[in-house]
Structure formats: structure tokens, C-alpha cells
Ligand binder design. Structure first.
Ligand SMILES: C[S@@+](CC[C@H](N)C(=O)[O-])C[C@H]1O[C@@H](n2cnc3c(N)ncnc32)[C@H](O)[C@@H]1O
Length: 198
């Protein structure tokens, strides 16, 4: 299948299944393969907008779970029917205290599909992307429970590979995956950390 066909296929599938974005199939593949989310989990989704990851997560965690989405882009009213979902319009790096998100404890799962604004200048985009990834890893001690799981989108580069190798001991399991629904020309892949060490 060519790139454009892949794009059309997942775009149309998302539309017909009433998902807010085609990115849903990336999280679904990651979760089916690595069992990241469980019923009853309390989850934070960093850069959630428009919210297909929230839709998927809301279903998997069920009535006893909660998912909190944060994005600078705003609050998507299309999610308001989901009872276990709360979304905030914020920059995630402005969160000093989890009480700002109405939670008292760290999260069972941290998800991040965030991407920086791209300039088209490859080295600059790679630097920005890596510094975003580093900042999210920096949040983990405050955000993620010991034993918790983590998924983050990364744009590949030599520096990213070096940085990620240094982080792998933070988790009992550390995996890299390029989901099938990611366009083959894309440099993005996902890092999956399971069982965060305290
Ligand atoms: C690829 S989209 C997420 C798509 C989402 N996973 C879905 O399935 O609908 C990435 C989002 O990250 C957000 N973002 C980037 N930097 C952010 C920051 N510092 N704080 C909050 N959101 C941020 C962007 O506004 C954008 O909406």
C-alpha cells in the first residue's frame, strides 16, 4: 500500500468509526501489543486534542477509571458526553501541582502524543522535538506512580536515540514501536515504558 493510500485508509476508518483522529490506531496497536491500559486506571493524556486517544482510553478504563486530557489548543466539546473524562486547556509545563488537575495522587499511566510546532528546518525540528521529550521525561517523577506505564511519541534522530538509551533503566520494560498506521516516510515512533521504577 502506498503512503497516500495508507493515509486514506486510516483516515476513512477513523471517520466511519466516529473517532476524532486517525491517531487512535497508533494507541490501539500499542495497547494491544504492550497492555498499557487497564480497567480502573487513572490516566493523563498530554497534548490530547482533538481527543481520539481520550476516546480509546475512556473505553478501556471504564466507569471506575478516569482520564484527564491537557492541551494548549482548548477544550473539545465532543468529549463532554464521556463521564470518565476531564479536559483542561493548559500548557502541560505550567502544571506545578497535580491538584490543578483535581487529582490527589500520581497517575497509573502517562500518555504523550505531543509534537512541537515544526519549522521545516530538519535539525531545528529534531532539537525541538527532543527537548520536548526530555521535558516530559522530567515530569515523570511528579506525574507517574511507581509501577506505572508510559507512552511517548518521539521523532527519530541520532541524539534522540542516545538520550533514550540513557532512560531505559527508568522502567522494567522499554520498547520502541513504529505503528502500522504511521506513514512510512514519517520519522515518528513511540517509546513504551512499563513498570516505572521509583
Ligand atoms: C498530534 S496532536 C494529539 C492528537 C491526539 N493524540 C488525538 O488522538 O486526538 C498533539 C497535540 O499536542 C499539543 N501540545 C504540544 N505542546 C503542548 C504543551 N506544551 N502543552 C499542552 N499541549 C501541547 C498540541 O496542541 C496538539 O494538539
Amino acid at each position: 500500500m502506498g503512503n497516500f493510500k495508507v493515509k486514506d485508509h486510516y483516515f476513512n476508518k477513523a471517520k466511519s468509526e466516529n473517532y476524532l483522529a486517525r491517531s487512535i490506531y497508533k494507541l490501539e496497536e500499542i495497547d494491544e501489543k504492550y497492555k498499557i491500559l487497564r480497567a480502573g486506571n487513572v490516566v493523563v493524556d498530554l497534548g490530547y486534542f482533538p481527543g481520539s486517544w481520550i476516546q480509546y482510553t475512556s473505553k478501556v478504563i471504564g466507569d471506575t477509571g478516569r482520564v484527564i486530557g491537557i492541551d494548549i489548543q482548548g477544550v473539545n466539546k465532543k468529549l463532554s458526553g464521556l463521564k470518565n473524562v476531564q479536559v483542561y486547556q493548559k500548557d502541560i509545563f505550567d502544571i506545578q501541582d497535580l491538584a490543578q488537575l483535581s487529582v490527589s495522587d500520581k497517575f497509573d499511566v502517562v500518555l504523550s502524543d505531543m509534537a512541537p510546532n515544526t519549522t521545516g528546518i530538519r535539525s531545528l525540528d529534531q532539537d525541538r522535538s527532543l527537548s520536548l521529550v526530555e521535558s516530559v521525561f522530567g515530569l515523570l517523577p511528579r506525574f507517574l506512580k511507581p509501577g506505572g506505564n508510559f507512552v511517548i511519541k518521539v521523532f527519530d534522530s541520532h541524539h534522540a536515540q542516545v538520550y533514550l538509551k540513557e532512560q531505559k533503566n527508568l522502567f522494567n520494560e522499554f520498547h520502541f514501536l513504529k505503528p502500522k498506521s504511521t506513514r512510512s516516510v514519517s520519522k515518528e515512533f513511540f517509546v513504551i515504558g512499563k513498570n516505572f521504577k521509583a
